[in-house]
Design a protein around this ligand. Structure first.
Ligand SMILES: Nc1ncnc2c1ncn2[C@@H]1O[C@H](COP(=O)(O)OP(=O)(O)O)[C@@H](O)[C@H]1O
Ligand SMILES: [Mg+2]
Length: 284
């Protein structure tokens, strides 16, 4: 999908190699839309079918269907209140759908017999408000989930936290408390805290919306780095430039459905849906 462009981008703007050391995304097997159209069995990580969610009488999601492949970066855009957060939160069942299924790595997580907490361990989530524990040091924030959930020993979690902090250049903040960090630093810590669990997908809900403008760049740069490392990412964002550059696919949610989806190039250059055209004319 975006492979050629990604390579082009990488050449045009050599990326910082300091943050994420995993193998390059370009080297990873990937599905393309042609295979999908031809009906080739794709390596979907998440399959959403007929997802519906109401709040009282308000039908927020009215039948969302999509597949997210391993290694794919999907950006979700749309006007405020259109259901972007509801959709994202449904992916790990923070919102329980009224209808439809969500298969994650082959398991229907809406099935009552599924241990959703086990599933959530593989789905990192980053919110607009960083949600760091103010009474714990940065390092303890990062170590908390892996140790509490028995994923790692204290020593392993400590080594992992050190490695992740080094990756984002914040080793010197290990023993500091969240309050002493800038917004951008807090959000980067929130991201690596989620990474400490070695998730298979990262879900981002407007991760830069609460930041002062000068701090947006450092967070987007970490996310781009993560995308380049091959992480599967679903990102609700208002950062159109970022979506265009980093996403493989952009989705527009309107009236409770995916009203349009395309490669970023096509999506921004040739929008079809009138509501999308209108939306883009206001935000671009
Ligand atoms: N817990 C809730 N209870 C009632 N209404 C909700 C709840 N969460 C979201 N909504 C409503 O659902 C709609 C979609 O919300 P949301 O998914 O947060 O939109 P977006 O993230 O696109 O701005 C909005 O009208 C919002 O007010
Ligand atoms: Mg939202």
């Amino acid at each position: 999908m975006k492979e050629n462009n990604k390579k082009g981008n990488a050449k045009a703007a050599p990326e910082a190699k300091t943050e994420v050391s995993a193998e390059k995304k370009e080297d990873q097997p990937k599905n393309n839309s042609r295979e999908k159209i031809a009906g080739t069995k794709s390596e979907a990580l998440i399959v959403v079918s007929d997802l519906c969610k109401n709040f009282g009488d308000h039908k927020v999601l009215r039948g969302i269907n999509t597949e997210i492949d391993k290694g794919e970066v999907v950006a979700i855009i749309g006007p405020s209140g259109c259901g972007k957060s509801t959709f994202l939160r449904s992916l790990n069942l923070l919102e329980v759908p009224d209808r439809g299924t969500i298969r994650f790595e082959g398991t229907d997580i809406t099935d009552k017999s599924v241990d959703i907490n086990k599933m959530r361990e593989k789905m990192g989530m980053v919110f607009q408000q960083f949600n760091l524990f103010p009474n714990l040091t940065i390092k303890k924030n990062i170590m908390l989930a892996p140790t509490k959930l028995g994923k790692m020993t204290k020593e392993e979690a400590s080594a992992k936290a050190d490695e992740l902090l080094k990756r984002i250049g914040l080793s010197d903040k290990a023993n500091a408390y969240p309050d002493s960090l800038s917004g951008g630093q807090k959000q980067r810590v929130a991201i690596i805290r989620a990474l400490a669990m070695n998730p298979d997908v990262m879900l981002f809900d407007e991760p830069t919306s609460a930041l002062d403008p000068e701090m947006v760049g450092e967070v987007l740069s970490l996310m781009k780095n993560l995308a380049d490392s091959g992480m599967t990412m679903v990102i609700v964002t208002h950062e159109m430039g970022f979506a265009r550059e980093v996403a493989d696919r952009v989705l527009f949610i309107n009236d409770g459905v995916i009203a349009e989806e395309n490669t970023p190039e096509e999506f921004f250059a040739n929008p079809v849906n009138p509501r999308l055209k209108d939306f883009l004319s206001k935000v671009l």
